[in-house]
Write a protein that binds this ligand. Sequence first.
Ligand SMILES: Cc1cc2nc3c(=O)[nH]c(=O)nc-3n(C[C@H](O)[C@H](O)[C@H](O)COP(=O)(O)OP(=O)(O)OC[C@H]3O[C@@H](n4cnc5c(N)ncnc54)[C@H](O)[C@@H]3O)c2cc1C
Length: 271
Amino acid sequence: MAAKKVLIVYAHQSSSSFNAAAKNAAVEVLSAQGCTVEVSDLYAMSFKATATAEDIKGDLKDAENFCYLDESKLAWEQGKLSEDIRKEQSKLTEADLVIFQFPMYWFSVPGIMKGWLDRVLTNGFAFSQEKPYGLETFKDKKAMLSFTTGSLESMFSPTGINGDMNVTLWPLQNGILHYCGFQVLAPQIFWAPALAAAEDRQNMLESWRTRLQGLLEEKPLSFTPLDCFDENTFQLKPDVHEKHASEEFGLTVGIHLNKPLPPHNQMKAGC
Ligand SMILES: Cc1cc2nc3c(=O)[nH]c(=O)nc-3n(C[C@H](O)[C@H](O)[C@H](O)COP(=O)(O)OP(=O)(O)OC[C@H]3O[C@@H](n4cnc5c(N)ncnc54)[C@H](O)[C@@H]3O)c2cc1C
């Protein structure tokens, strides 16, 4: 495998946590393969989590009616974004693979990581409102979620009390990563390490290490191709809809056509 650059965006407060162990395993295995691995340790960096006018250097276009979406786009175009954002954007530009390592908070990422997503994935740099899902800047990059839960796997099943993890992952994997044009790798989920026996925790880390060996060659998750949608209404084209009329499952967890969800669509490649 050719040497690749990996960015790990990491959010945990403790270096003795399971998340720290998962992050360290990734650094070790990927570095041993010849990858250059950079870690953005968000709590250690005291990364600013709020998207505010302070993110923009110099005068604003319209300070009275401040609009983050517009002002941050303009600041990105003019090189006026704050230094912390610019640094993260430059790491992202370099990276072939981005791993988000975090403990699940409220069915999502911790606030500090949400702040990274809000601020670093700037309008114009990471996505285009004119071409939703269609900006090609990140098309050759892979991104994935690697996270721990407090809940057991059974609780995140289609019959479990939390509901189907496939559904939980849709906003993060589709609404952020796929929206920004990344190839999205299947998530790495460490189910309830705090409830697991010591041996099972070791096994979880061991299987992560094994997966890391071939991570960069993995096929991404499947999403409905852009050309299946009308370019004005962003609705599924009638012929695509018709073609799937007799299929048992919907296209994806989100674009399900009122059919049963394709099982594991957000969990495994090829589903
Ligand atoms: C605000 C908030 C919201 C939350 N929302 C949710 C939610 O929506 N859904 C949900 O499921 N959970 C939720 N949780 C729970 C949270 O996801 C878990 O507490 C977290 O995922 C556990 O990961 P950790 O790294 O902190 O584990 P830790 O508690 O750090 O570690 C678990 C165990 O692994 C051990 N360990 C550490 N290093 C190693 C190693 N190298 N080898 C073997 N063992 C090791 C630790 O000693 C510990 O015994 C929430 C928690 C908070 C604070």
